[in-house]
Design a protein around this ligand. Sequence first.
Ligand SMILES: C[S@@+](CC[C@H](N)C(=O)[O-])C[C@H]1O[C@@H](n2cnc3c(N)ncnc32)[C@H](O)[C@@H]1O
Length: 334
Amino acid sequence: MDITENSLCATFQQSFLCCRRVGSLPWQELENLLTQQPCLVLNILEKTVNHPLTRKYPPSLQYRRLFLLELIKKHEKSGAEPLDDLYSALAEVLNSEENTVCYKSYFLPSGDAVTLCENIAIISEGTTGLVTWEAALYLAEWAIGNIDVFRNRTILELGSGIGLTGLAICKSCFPKKYIFSDCHQMVLQHLRDNICLNGFVLGKELESQEDTENTQHSDIAQLSVMELDWDSITEQQLSRLEADVIIASDVVYDPDIVTSFTKVLCKLLLCRKVNRHPELLIASTIRNSETYKLFQTKLDDAGLKWQILDDPKRSIFSYQSDCLIQILNVTLKV
Ligand SMILES: C[S@@+](CC[C@H](N)C(=O)[O-])C[C@H]1O[C@@H](n2cnc3c(N)ncnc32)[C@H](O)[C@@H]1O
């Protein structure tokens, strides 16, 4: 395979494994190459539908079906002989039953991947937390470009959902401790499962009242999951966590939760660790400019300063092209 074929196969593989929208894959480039390289279809089949990661952690059936139909269409259009492998892969998919959960694998620059069990519906069990949102990818990408912000530090993530950002940071940015948190029981259970799926061993579950001094020290990041509800957590409970960096992604999506979220940010910023206030980074997809403006106004009213950080390159993960995302660095006004 030459470089063009290699990079096309790699793009198909990465996009397929994280279920990037089928229509956004480079089908035209494939069509152009197929006239000279009809076998390329089999390479793509091996790198996607028949990939060992797909066998172990399959993307949704619907996704695999749509993908295979498009691949077969391109193959037929090239005028090449029919390929049994393509049709048997489709038959296998058509004869299987859809589940409510699927797997998505997100490749990191190291070549390692974060694999997550996600729900196939965007909202289920009354929560938005059972799928990965674009701002989570964006924040993970920013973190990978700014490793020193996280290296050897204690990170607290608010509204972690099923764990993409945290797992990408734990695999790429060498934190000392990483505390995932959320308020929803089902989300917390999926989060724990995903952490284990990615080869991490969870430390003792943190409870809000617990003194975290007791946790062991080692060179490997200590990961824990905590039930943390912004509506009820106290400043005292938060200060025991001794977080150096606090992050959150896609938690500013509903005007009803903006007030409690802003209050928790104020409590967190007042916590000091050896005379330093923690760093606070909030990534948001701006779907509704009114809701986002409300968040900024609440931060201003609470006496907090915010600054928009530079965009990461958006070269690691796949995003919807029309998705406007920003990271705010929130600090106390001095
Ligand atoms: C849109 S999801 C984002 C999940 C993840 N951060 C991501 O970007 O993929 C919002 C998350 O915030 C959590 N959440 C909402 N209200 C909360 C509250 N009051 N306290 C803690 N977490 C909350 C939800 O359970 C959900 O997991």
